[in-house]
Ligand binder design. Structure first.
Ligand code: FAD
Length: 617
């Protein structure tokens, strides 16, 4: 919908909604919230209102053009937040405070992200059910929901050899399109991939098949027809106007309103501040309340509504209605060496032969590896000994530590090496940090952002008698081991003059370089973990906030631990699964995997046909 039309509908809605009780009111038209609204409102008898603090940017090329990814940051469509100072990060001399961009627009952070679109591996999601007691949450239910959200297009014929793809692990009729990149930087296919295979890493395969390990070109959420970003905003565009789905822009949700403050609390609606109308306050009433305001603002809304840790709430001047001290905890941000990437310096011959065909540049060779492939045998043994002899560490729920250990010993991806450049650079990324932090209010003013404290690199452990900061130690060890292995294996060894930093540095020197260059990956999750209440949970397996009758959270704040996949795909899966729960239709419906995937999965087996020389319009 164009902006004028949207405004008309919104105005009609604004005046109409005051006296209406909706079935659902959702705080936040973001990645999860807007997709959830689109799916729920497929039933014409269900009414949905979405309150979004930001404005519509679906017409902006810095949203729609995949090649312009990142340029929406520091605009009005970015919350542009900052973390608290981080004492254990150097972060290129910033003193550790990290920029926290988040989409403040229709589509939320799916309108500003890098569009990498992948799934977790089977073991990682099965653990939700087996180790964390989250009944019904496992790889089968989540990948079924992921496929419901996706329409996947196969690789362009010219690149098919580099882009292994199995249609049966993708969806064919969902609202989010996925494609492979349209061309491959020859340095990746001629050098990186074969060197990795020669060095003993896994051969490329479709990483959505339950085994996410190995170097793969991951899909992007892009519509092939016009080469534009595919995201929850475009999913909404495809169905609007839908008479039973309304969105209010500039509607900053301030708190939940209550019918009854007897436990379990019963909500009546959401109060919001109309930032386009002099900050006037209004309320939308609904049967079911859903918070999808993301990792920063969903915990804030709960706390402003009187749900949280009484110490935190009273310090901010908010009365406690429900003592749920885990609200705002379990916040994680996997550290990533992204102030500067590690570069492989190509010799003259290699530089002359490394080229990129096509007119687009986003590249996406992502190598996900288990600890055993990223540490020397001695380091792996040392770290494993520590893990085997430790059952608890401060600041991390025992259940989450048990998950980490399980992932470690079952060879699940724990380190990512992201080759996303059109030069020979790679960025290491510690996928599952042990450090966790908080997002807590420090003011009762809803327009004042809460304190975001991912508490980076704060877990100290003793390995073989030496105390180390675990998250940075693992990242530094892993990156040096990987870069050394790759730099000394053919064909890479003959194609480079060296690496920056030099892989032959002592570990102490290498560590210093990695420490200086490491900061946020922007993949924050947590804050309202889905866990049993006694294990530090905020929501149960139906995403219902403990101690309430009708308040749910559906966004990246509920992930019980950090996904090894990039979080967007898991967030879409969460939204679809939440819709199915709400509709009373358990996701998957007991079908086998084969039955769940339609045999006539036309688009999933189709090759993406791109418009020639297209750029987003
Ligand atoms: C720069 C960047 C690059 C990334 N790249 C990738 C990638 O390539 N692949 C990947 O998988 N993941 C990526 N991510 C992460 C991924 O995009 C996020 O994890 C995911 O989109 C979060 O979805 P969400 O639904 O939890 O929150 P959001 O999408 O942020 O949705 C929250 C919504 O709520 C609105 N809102 C907030 N507060 C209020 C309020 N009080 N009232 C009303 N509305 C409110 C917001 O404006 C927003 O629309 C990236 C993230 C960033 C920042």
């Amino acid at each position: 919908m164009r902006i004028g039309m949207l405004a008309t509908v919104l105005w009609a809605t604004l005046t109409a909604c005051q006296n209406v009780t909706y079935d659902y009111v959702i705080a936040g038209a973001g990645t999860a919230g807007l997709l959830l609204a689109v799916v729920l409102s497929e039933n014409p008898d269900v009414s949905v209102m979405v309150l979004e603090a930001g404005n519509d940017a679906r017409h902006q090329s810095n949203v729609t053009d995949p090649e312009r990814r990142g340029t929406i940051q520091h605009t009005q469509y970015d919350w542009g937040l900052e973390s608290t100072l981080q004492p254990y990060l150097y972060a290129n001399g910033t003193g550790g405070s990290q920029y926290v961009p988040r989409g403040k627009t229709i589509g939320g952070t799916s309108a500003m992200n890098w569009m990498i679109h992948n799934e977790n591996s089977r073991i990682q999601l099965d653990i939700w059910e087996s180790l964390l007691n989250l009944t019904g949450w496992n790889w089968t239910s989540m990948s079924t929901a992921f496929r419901e959200s996706e329409t996947m297009f196969g690789p362009p014929a010219a690149e098919a050899e580099d882009l292994p793809y199995n249609a049966s692990f993708h969806g064919g009729a969902g609202p989010i399109c996925s494609i492979f990149q349209r061309s491959v930087y020859t340095f990746f296919s001629n050098c990186v991939q074969p060197s990795l295979v020669n060095a003993g890493y896994e051969t490329p395969h479709d990483g959505n098949n339950g085994n996410a390990n190995g170097p793969n070109f991951l899909p992007f959420a892009v519509c092939p027809q016009n080469y534009t970003r595919s995201y929850s905003g475009s999913a909404y565009t495809a169905i609007e106007p839908r008479p039973n789905l309304h969105i209010l822009e500039s509607a900053h949700v301030s708190r939940i309103t209550w019918n009854s403050t007897q436990t379990p609390l019963t909500a009546s609606g959401l109060e919001y501040i109309d930032t386009a109308a002099g900050n006037a306050t209004s309320t939308v009433h609904a049967r079911e309340i859903i918070l999808s305001a993301g990792i920063v603002y969903s915990p804030q809304i709960l706390q402003l509504s009187g749900i949280g840790d009484p110490f935190v709430l009273s310090a901010a001047g908010v009365d406690t209605l429900l003592n749920l001290s885990s609200v705002g905890t379990s916040l994680r941000d996997p550290p990533m060496t992204n102030y500067w990437p590690i570069s492989f310096q190509l010799n003259e011959t290699a530089a002359a032969s490394a080229n990129l065909t096509g007119n687009e540049y986003i590249q996406n060779l992502i190598d996900l590896e288990p600890a055993s492939q990223m540490l020397s045998p001695e380091d792996y043994e040392m770290a494993s000994t520590w893990l085997n002899s430790t059952s608890s560490i401060p600041g991390l729920a025992d259940a989450q530590f048990a998950v980490f250990k399980h992932l470690w010993f079952t060879e699940q991806p724990l380190i990512e090496m992201a080759w996303q450049y059109t030069v020979a650079n790679v960025t290491p990324y510690n996928l599952i940090p042990l450090s966790q932090g908080t997002v807590h209010i420090n003011s009762s003013d809803p327009l004042h952002p809460p304190a975001i404290d991912p508490n980076y690199n704060s877990v100290n452990v003793t390995l073989n008698g030496t105390e180390v900061q675990w998250d940075m130690w693992f990242l530094a060890k892993a990156s040096q081991y990987y870069v050394t292995r790759l730099a000394t294996t053919e064909p890479m060894a003959s194609m480079i003059t060296g690496t920056m930093p030099d892989y032959r540095l002592s570990f102490e020197e290498w560590y210093d370089a990695i420490f200086e260059w490491t900061g946020s990956s922007q993949h924050l999750t947590g804050g309202n973990p889905m866990l049993p209440r006694e294990a530090g949970g905020v929501v149960d397996t139906e995403l219902l906030v403990y101690g309430t009758k009708n308040v749910r959270v559906v966004d990246g704040s509920v992930f019980p631990y950090q996904p090894s996949a990039h979080p967007m795909g898991v967030t879409y899966a969460l939204a679809v699964r939440a819709a199915r729960i709400l509709q009373g239709m358990p996701c998957g419906g007991g079908l086998t995997m084969t039955e769940q995937l339609p045999a006539s999965n036309v688009s999933a087996s189709a090759t993406a046909m791109f418009p020639m020389n297209s750029r987003a319009v």
